[in-house]
Design a protein around this ligand. Structure first.
Ligand SMILES: [Zn+2]
Length: 246
């Protein structure tokens, strides 16, 4: 078939039946495909550096989920993102910690801590855990959120590092488009108690959070994020905080 016949979805015989006996000048065919709608964002460059996460660690994550969220699964269907900084100066130490799968010092339970992504100071994005697996990065939110770590010692370290911040915004915005995550569900670890997804069945941890990535930092981060999301269909509303009672 000719290209025109292929585009019309008909074969040569059908064309013969409808073809006029005498060739007449015809207008060029109208384009049949609608122009591509720019609803997505380009995938940032991501370096894969996956930690081992085999059957044993998955089983540990499922058990953790059962204890803390009441439902024993290691599978993640991302609904939000939690931003962190590592409080270390090197990517290597973070990778080693995530790999080591050490039990937590309080309950002595595995799996060890991890995050899905770590962004180094030079802006390189490393993926350490697949996005369909839960990672232990934020008490109360591991069953719903992707964790992103930034190598640095403070909020200001991250926000003041242009390459690292640019990479972080690009990665987070891309994840939001991919999973339909509103900007209001991109939070800092320090905001974790106020998240609408927060759940913690273990009493002593019900009000536990960390100091990294505060409300003031994240208000600035979310504003920059929304600039990156211009032209997408992602919900750019402010967070819908809940009162944790903590
Ligand atoms: Zn954190």
């Amino acid at each position: 078939m000719t290209l025109l016949e292929t585009a019309l979805g008909i074969g040569a015989a059908a064309v013969a039946l409808i073809a006029p006996a005498v060739a007449t000048p015809t207008a060029p065919p109208a384009p049949t495909a609608a122009p591509t709608v720019a609803s997505g964002l380009p995938e940032p460059t991501i370096t894969q550096q996956l930690i081992p996460f085999g059957a044993a660690r998955k089983a540990q994550m499922a058990r953790y989920s059962k204890i803390h969220y009441g439902h024993g699964s290691w599978r993640l269907h991302p609904r939000g993102v939690v931003e962190h900084y590592t409080a270390t100066n090197s990517l290597e130490s973070v990778f080693a910690t995530f790999r080591s799968n050490q039990p937590d010092p309080e309950l002595g339970q595995k799996p060890g801590v991890c995050a899905h992504f770590v962004i180094d100071r030079d802006g390189t994005i490393y993926q350490m855990v697949p996005l369909n697996i839960r990672c232990r990065h934020t008490v109360g939110l591991n069953h719903r959120t992707i964790g992103i770590e930034h190598v640095g010692m403070s909020d200001a370290d991250v926000m003041g590092n242009r390459r690292q911040l640019r990479a972080s915004l690009a990665l987070t915005a891309w994840l939001q488009v991919r999973f339909g995550i509103p900007t209001g569900d991109v939070i800092g670890h320090n905001e974790s108690l106020d998240s609408r997804f927060r759940r913690e069945n273990y009493g002593p941890w019900r009000c536990q959070t960390h100091g990294d990535m505060t409300r003031a930092t994240m208000n600035r981060f979310r504003s920059l994020l929304n600039d990156n999301l211009t032209g997408t269909t992602v919900d750019r509303s402010r967070p819908d905080w809940v009162d944790s009672g903590c």
